[in-house]
Ligand binder design. Structure first.
Ligand code: PEP
Ligand code: MG
Length: 570
């Protein structure tokens, strides 16, 4: 099958099919004689679930930290809750209902109560009740739960899609590949796969229908191919490809400590995108000169309640200290669109990507926003922090957000707390209006970072997740090149720098062109950095500028790509 090559590398393994099954219970009544057996069935399921949760908690503490693991402690507490589980037992005894039905009905009862509460925190607990209830119910029904925390070696996960919590729970030591029905290069599954360095092919349409558990499978994350039940020849061929990919990686590793500089001495910065403090390890491993995008929304998404200032401060400080005074661009909360928080219910929207998200949401929730700003400012005392606002569409938003930063500084000063008074402030340029008015906004900020993932979807009116129109999602479209050029020029006139943190920055095909357009900072997944550095170190700035000049005159994306090929092969 052919899909989208979302994370490079070759994986040869066995399928683990992640199916989110519908849990159906029978409504068959039981006799008095069966009560004891049904209660025992429930109690056994609860005990097994507790063991699962303990394992998950331990694993999450090791991999992600105490904070992220708290959710599993809360879930375990629900299993001991007498009102909840006591009610299930009573239902079995008093109403002669089977364990599955008693559990499903009681779970729904509490779920409905929590969902109807006004208090947002309590409302969000309904999701926990359902999660725990379903976990126990699966055991009662004898449905092997999709437990991703304990997998066989060489597992390839095949799924409709993977949620951030799926990947959090995953037994990463044993997963060698991903294949999913939906998703593209910029989907969150893709971003996660690259940061975990797991080969992935996404957007396969119906791979979940084509495979069964334990089928042999090959994932070619380089070319986007998946081979189901491979022959001996296939396996030999892909083992060879895997070996040559690894050799290439070893060659690239020699560049880790060398500067990102062209042959004629033009220096740029190659930095990494990260999602959590854990990603620092990978960034440093591949010689990142800083962090160009720290997507802080994962801190919020992995928590069961709004992370407080202290929690955020610790996370940001960990990143800043881990990067040892190198620049770290911390993006403020970019939630909304496809990214949701259980504990922050938002209205359903017709067009969530054009809706109430990111900076729009933060400016309306000032206290929530200021909590994050204070945490960043305070962490700034421990390294070289930059603040970056996502989804800016006009200068008013920039001014308002900056005013809130000033308010936070004043508060911290009054409290006698340490913070970075001179923190650099920038914006993501990912909405066309910000790109077109970059000359105006440049006067208000210290830097730009171009978010091509969204800039492409908004400029070209192409949903970044929709496979049917993915042929239109093209960063080499002359419209995008012109916008990129406008943004870079506007920042240089104001003595600022422009980076790029969208996926385009790490595309080996785009690097030379972006260099020629004058991009100062290239931010990408840790794994892509060395390839980009190799391209930059093998060229002359004058050549790249020549390419950029010609590309800006090109009439179509095909023409741009042909030009790039000529220069790469020259
Ligand atoms: C972007 O839009 O290019 C970007 C980097 O942000 P995200 O992918 O998180 O939307
Ligand atoms: Mg974006």
């Amino acid at each position: 099958m052919k899909g989208i090559n979302a994370s490079p590398g070759i994986a040869i393994g066995k399928v683990f099919l992640l199916k989110k099954e519908k849990l159906e219970v029978s409504n068959k009544k039981i006799s008095k004689d069966e009560v004891e057996a049904q209660v025992k069935k429930l109690n056994d399921a609860i005990e097994e679930s507790k063991k699962d949760l303990d394992r998950l908690r331990e694993k999450t503490i090791k991999e992600l930290g105490e904070e992220e693991a708290q959710i599993f402690t809360a879930h375990a507490m629900l299993l001991d809750d007498v009102e909840y589980m006591g009610a299930v037992r009573n239902k079995i005894k008093d109403e002669l209902v089977n364990a599955g039905q008693a559990l499903a009905e009681t779970t729904k009862f509490f779920f409905d109560i929590f969902s109807a509460m006004d208090d947002e925190y309590m409302k969000a607990r309904s999701a926990d009740v359902k999660d725990v209830g379903d976990r126990v119910l699966r055991k009662v029904l004898g449905i092997k739960s999709a437990d991703l925390s304990d997998l066989d070696p060489n597992t390839v996960i095949v799924a409709e899609d993977l949620t951030p919590s799926d990947t959090a729970q995953m037994d990463k030591a044993h997963v060698v590949g991903f294949a999913t029905n939906v998703g593209g290069r910029t989907s969150h599954t893709a971003i996660m796969a690259r940061s975990l360095e797991i080969p992935a092919v996404l957007g396969l349409g119906n791979i979940t229908e084509e495979v069964k558990d334990t089928y042999n499978i090959i994932i070619d994350g380089i070319d986007g191919d998946v081979i189901i039940n491979p022959s001996k020849e296939d396996i030999d061929k892909y083992n060879a490809k895997k070996e040559s990919y690894q050799k290439e990686q070893e060659e690239l590793a020699k560049l880790i400590d060398l500067p990102s500089e062209t042959k004629d001495g033009h220096k740029v910065e190659i930095v990494s995108n990260i999602g959590t403090p854990n990603d620092i390890e990978g960034a440093n491993k591949y010689g990142a000169e800083g962090i160009g995008l720290y997507r802080t929304e994962f801190l919020y998404m992995n928590a069961s309640e709004m992370p407080d200032e202290e929690t955020q401060f610790e996370a940001y400080k960990t990143v800043l200290e881990g990067m040892d005074n190198k620049p770290v661009i911390i993006r403020t909360l970019d939630i909304g669109g496809d990214k949701k928080l259980d504990y922050l219910p938002l209205e359903e929207e017709m067009n969530p990507f054009l809706g109430f998200r990111a900076i729009r949401l933060c400016l309306k929730n000032e206290e929530m926003f200021k909590t994050q700003l204070r945490a960043i400012l305070r962490a700034g005392a421990f390294g070289n922090a930059h603040i970056m606002f996502p989804m800016i569409s006009n200068i008013k938003e920039v001014r308002k957000a900056k005013a809130l930063v000033e308010e936070c500084k004043a508060e911290l000063k009054a409290q006698g707390k340490e913070y970075d008074e001179n923190i650099k402030i920038g914006i993501m340029v990912e909405i066309p209006s910000a790109a077109v008015t970059a000359d105006i906004i440049a006067k208000e900020v210290d830097f730009f970072s171009i978010g091509t993932n969204d800039l492409c979807q908004y400029t070209l009116a192409v949903d970044r997740m929709n496979q049917n129109i993915s042929y239109l999602y093209d960063p080499f479209n002359p419209a995008i090149l012109r916008l990129v050029k406008m943004v870079i020029d506007a920042s240089h006139i104001n003595n600022n720098f422009t980076g790029m943190c969208g996926e385009m920055a790490g595309d080996p095909k785009a690097v030379l062109l972006l260099l020629g357009l004058g991009l100062d900072e290239f931010s990408m997944s840790a794994q892509s950095m060395l390839q980009a550095k190799k391209i930059i170190r093998n060229t002359e700035y004058s050549k790249a500028k020549e390419l950029a000049e010609k590309a800006l005159k090109a009439e179509s994306s095909d023409e741009v790509k042909e030009l790039i090929d000529q220069y790469i092969n020259a």
